[in-house]
Design a protein around this ligand. Structure first.
Ligand code: GLN
Length: 233
């Protein structure tokens, strides 16, 4: 029997949502970024070829749970609900959520100020979960949440004055804000988070390999070089 002409390769599939610079974004025909580089290193160290599957952020947990992808690398924040569906690796990046407003807006300085305002988020992210569940302690008010497929679309709407604020992860927020006129990030302390990679529940073999590789790249300076490359720090 013929099996075709392509040699079977040992492939490992990473799932991501390439709308999250500088962790993952599309440049030309390629998906590039911090998470992609880390994933390439993982694949290489495991002797495999990396295949990247780009999908909506809120499809990622299902994709890893069903085995469509082997692991997720998507600036994904570790959270209890998600940990019921997937197993998280060790943390590989400390992050936080920030609020973005129009440059001339001095009225919004903390979460409480978002009550009764139109706030853009990326669908299914921790920013979305936070503002969607937010209830003001003072008056019981809530936030009017507008969900977008990409953080950049939310910032575009803000820049046009159609919404009052956007809540996004800090590093992507910095990259995205630089592309739009008249918007700024509020330097208020907000929610702190940690990113980790995710594997299918019970896939301890891959999880242990990943944790070992993360420790290796931290010890040998590879991680620092990636920080320099993508964040200049
Ligand atoms: N860190 C956020 C989360 O996990 C956003 C991730 C993303 O949009 N790629 O929900």
């Amino acid at each position: 029997t013929f099996t075709g002409c392509s040699k079977s390769e040992d492939v490992i599939v990473m799932g991501t949502n390439a709308t999250f610079p500088p962790f993952e974004e599309i440049q030309g025909n390629e998906i590039v970024g911090f998470d992609v580089d880390i994933s390439k290193i993982i694949a290489e160290k495991l002797g495999k070829t990396l295949k990247v599957e780009d999908m909506e952020f809120n499809q990622l947990l299902g994709a890893v749970a069903s085995g469509k992808v082997d692991f997720v690398a998507a600036g994904m924040t570790v959270d209890e609900e998600r940990a019921k569906q997937v197993d998280f690796s060790d943390n590989y990046f400390a992050s936080k959520q920030v609020i973005i407003v129009k440059e001339d807006n001095d009225n919004i300085v903390e979460a409480e100020d978002l009550v009764d305002k139109k706030v853009g988020v990326q669908l299914g992210t921790t920013g979305d979960i936070f503002v969607s569940g937010y209830t003001s302690e003072e008056n019981g008010g809530t936030i009017e949440v507008i969900q977008f497929d990409k953080g950049a679309l939310a910032v575009a709407e803000l820049s046009l004055g159609k919404i009052d604020a956007v809540v996004l992860d800090e590093e992507p927020a910095k990259k995205i804000v630089a592309n739009y006129e008249g918007v700024k990030i509020i330097e208020a302390p907000f929610i702190n988070e940690n990113y980790a990679l995710a594997v299918k529940k019970g896939n301890t073999e891959l999880l242990e390999d990943i944790n070992e590789i993360l420790a290796e790249i931290q010890a040998d300076g590879t991680y620092d070089a990636l920080c320099e490359k993508y964040f200049g720090k």
